[in-house]
Design a protein around this ligand. Structure first.
Ligand code: F0G
Length: 359
């Protein structure tokens, strides 16, 4: 059985017989029904759990193609700037390709799990005294002059690979969802999904296109504000980006689909992060919860009832959950009560368990 997004969606991707397929069997992630959110919002809500990719985020879909093409083109090393997930993915796929990876990250601003991944896969990790936007400018300059393949989403193969998630959603639902909510950072992913939906429609696989709903963190919301943000700030470190590379692609997705791009506060992100864990049983990293924070915000002002789709179909909303909760263990620990320590005997433990005795 063929696995990995290149094998599964070859006909839609720029690969040939000559392309070596560097894969970790990414993709094919579950589309999980969300009963609590469905009741709350009043339409059918599904969660596309991209945290179940091999390195724990959606980046693997684009990285399989970017690294395969880099190898096909003769590169011996890849480089990226990253808020963490791109670096984890680049490092893992470089190992599979037996080439070198270099990752440039903002010092002290990437989640612990992601740093651990880049390090354990032997990436050369260089932290800069600056933010993601500065790191991206540096790697862009370097790849103009040196033989390192840039594997940020400026690399069109990243977008091509990532669009396969839209195909999977349509294959699972038998149509496109009515709405799709997604966090927006460097804006490559919203661009990729929109490309995927449009291509599926052009090939006759779906009849309608979804409205694209993008969400940035309030302190890092350049597209919402309409100008680059110099010092972006948010607890959702993955989307702490002030000048997104795919700005235009995100605006195009929003405008062509009749959707929107709005911002959500850190407080709203953390509330959605906890709701997903406590009510749906799904653990994501904070940035991923921005999509759910956004739809909760929209639903409170009646957005989903004011924008009905043709009456013949039940509206469906898919929230993209971009990364696994274990990426950022510090945030989880900070958000909950610490476990209580008691003596090592049955009485001490049972005293703490607040359930009624049976019988
Ligand atoms: N969610 C997570 C978990 C991410 O890691 C990112 C981006 C996004 C959402 C936003 O996606 O940039 O395509 O709009 N992370 C990049 C990185 C920037 O370096 O890992 P986007």
């Amino acid at each position: 059985m063929s696995s990995g997004v290149i094998n599964r969606y070859k006909d839609f991707l720029p690969v040939s017989e000559k392309t070596p397929i560097i894969t970790l069997n990414e993709g094919d992630t579950p589309l999980i029904p969300a009963p609590y959110l469905s009741r709350f919002i009043g339409i059918d809500v599904f969660l596309k759990y991209e945290g179940l990719n091999p390195t724990g985020s959606f980046k693997d879909r684009g990285m399989t193609l970017a690294v395969s093409k880099a190898v096909e083109d003769g590169y011996k090393a890849v480089i990226c700037a990253s808020t963490g997930n791109t670096s984890a993915s680049a490092a893992a796929y470089a190992v599979r390709a037996k080439i070198k990876s270099v990752v440039v990250i903002p010092e002290g601003a990437i989640a612990l799990g992601k740093l651990a991944q880049a390090l354990i896969h032997n990436a050369q990790v260089i932290a800069i005294k600056g933010n993601f936007d500065a790191a991206l400018n540096i790697v862009k300059e370097i790849t103009k002059k040196y033989p390192l393949a840039l594997v940020n989403s400026l690399n069109p193969y990243r977008i091509e690979g990532q669009k396969t998630a839209a195909f999977e959603i349509c294959d699972a639902l038998g149509r496109a969802p009515t709405y799709q909510a997604i966090p927006v950072g460097n804006a490559g992913n919203i661009t990729a999904y929109w490309k995927g939906y449009k291509e599926y429609k052009a090939k006759g696989r779906i009849k309608d296109l979804p409205r694209m709903l993008g969400f940035q963190a309030e302190g890092a919301a350049p597209i919402v504000k309409g100008y680059p943000i110099k010092g972006p700030e948010t607890i959702a470190t993955a989307i702490r980006i002030g000048n997104p590379a795919s700005w235009k692609g995100a605006e195009q997705a929003r405008d062509e689909s009749g959707g929107l791009i709005e911002s959500v506060s850190d407080e709203q992100i953390l509330a959605a992060y906890k709701l997903l864990a406590e009510k749906e049983g799904v653990f994501v990293e904070p940035a991923s919860a921005a999509s759910v924070a956004g739809v909760i915000k929209l639903s409170k002002r009646g957005y989903f009832t004011r924008n009905p789709q043709p009456a013949t179909r039940n509206p469906q909303l898919v929230c993209i959950l971009t990364g696994h909760g274990l990426k950022d263990p510090d945030r989880a620990i900070q958000s909950i009560e610490k476990p209580k320590v008691v003596k090592a005997n049955v009485e001490a433990v049972i005293r703490e368990i607040k359930v009624a005795r049976s019988g």
